[in-house]
Design a protein around this ligand. Structure first.
Ligand SMILES: C[S@@+](CC[C@H](N)C(=O)[O-])C[C@H]1O[C@@H](n2cnc3c(N)ncnc32)[C@H](O)[C@@H]1O
Length: 203
């Protein structure tokens, strides 16, 4: 898996583009007051650098050291400091210290997807925000990017069931057809799941 992503990120180009994900940008008002933020499966850092530019204290976690090297280079060019965590999400032990957790297109296997939600919410301080955009199972019918393996796509009904058990409020949870324009990898009509959760004050 790491070898797969390292090879993909080998090019000097930002393969998912230089601008942040549109959904994250649209809801940045929910994030700007966050003191500490972590971006999960952050790749080359388009969201992390955007948020650090806005003054957030940002960390980025990813399995690919090649992607994280690109992220650090870009952070340097922007005169921002971003702490990188080179690890699989599976090995990360979250503590409830972040005001925001951000995740775009972390393609996990079915048996690991619930862990993403559990760890993201576990990482949030009270009233912290988890915001994510993920490819839905319907993305298998589109040619705009994402895995061509249904086992790496997300089922909104499963997400609903997982979230019910977590100490958080759902601010948004929807499956939408959107137009992606993210570098060379995500281009065109796509089926995504958009999620915003707020950690309970008393969790
Ligand atoms: C589709 S890319 C998205 C990158 C970035 N979030 C973006 O939207 O530009 C998926 C990223 O998740 C990382 N990744 C995949 N599986 C992972 C895992 N189990 N733990 C940590 N990172 C993982 C990959 O290395 C890659 O950077």
């Amino acid at each position: 898996m790491q070898a797969f992503w390292n090879e993909k990120f080998q090019t000097p180009q930002m393969i998912y583009g230089e601008t942040p994900n549109a959904f994250i940008k649209e809801h940045v008002d929910l994030l700007v007051h966050a003191k500490r933020c972590i971006c999960l499966g952050e790749g080359e850092g388009r969201n992390a650098v955007y948020l650090a530019d806005l003054g957030l204290n940002v960390e980025a976690l990813d399995a690919s050291d090649v992607a994280l090297a690109k992220l650090r280079k870009r952070a340097k060019e922007h005169y921002v400091a971003i702490k990188t965590r080179h690890t699989l999400l599976e090995y990360w032990q979250p503590e409830p210290i972040y005001d925001a957790v951000v995740c775009t297109y972390l393609d996990l296997a079915k048996n690991e997807q619930m862990m993403l939600f559990e760890k993201a919410v576990a990482a949030l301080a009270p009233e912290g925000i988890f915001i994510a955009e993920l490819f839905s199972e319907s993305q298998i019918h589109f040619n705009s990017g994402g895995p061509k393996n249904a086992l790496l796509l997300y089922d909104i009904n499963a997400i609903i069931a997982w979230i019910k058990r977590l100490p958080c409020k759902v601010l948004k949870l929807s499956q939408e057809i959107v137009m992606l324009n993210e570098g060379t990898q995500h281009v065109g009509r796509a089926s995504v799941i958009r999620i915003i959760l707020k950690k309970n004050l008393t969790a």
